[in-house]
Ligand binder design. Sequence first.
Ligand code: DX5
Ligand code: ZN
Length: 232
Amino acid sequence: MSKQFRIAPSILSANFAKLGQEITDVIASGADIIHFDVMDNHYVPNLTIGPLVCQAIRPLTEAIIDVHLMVKPVDRIIPDFAKAGANIITFHPEGSEHIDRSLSLVRDQGCKTGLVFNPATPLDYLDHVMDKIDMVLLMSVNPGFGGQKFIMQALEKLKLARAKIDAYTEKTGREIWLEIDGGVNVQNIADIARAGADTFVAGSALFGAGKDSDPHRYDTIVAELRAALAKV
Ligand code: DX5
Ligand code: ZN
């Protein structure tokens, strides 16, 4: 059975001086989703981009914008990202005092929802809110920075998450995506897919590739990622 796999470039590793062009180029290369990392120097020790940047890039692409909130608290900022054109908004359970309420808030704003699990965060948080979740995002690095090494333990966790999602889909008929984030590259993406992921964030592996001046630099790496996935 051939599965649908989605590639989600993390713009954290893009050239921010030419962000618009980077987005146009990476989508033209065949990537599916823009992964948008929001860090607040509080929940994670780094500071990145907010709703204004999301709003600025929204007219450049029809691709899904997948906003990964690494912020605490989350509720105040969720409506701002919805208005800025986000399609999916994910957050970490540790970033919300009331997870069910924050998920409802995302849905009420017309966006798809997701919960994000750090390497040591248990999947139990899913158990009572599956009906309110459209995507599960597993971190395969500790959040805060691009360019880190894939934590192998994430493969076992992916299998557990896959089993939970499959059992839920079997029961309800509703699909939930399983995204992996951190250290994904051409060498490991097939193993990650075999463990159960269907959506793959890639930051440094993609934006770190090739020469800045070559507009086709992303074509090769996206094709390599797809070729690796085709063997799964
Ligand atoms: C890390 C971010 C990731 C990161 C991925 O906190 O959530 O999305 O940008 O970058 P790579 O692919 O370089 O690990
Ligand atoms: Zn991310």
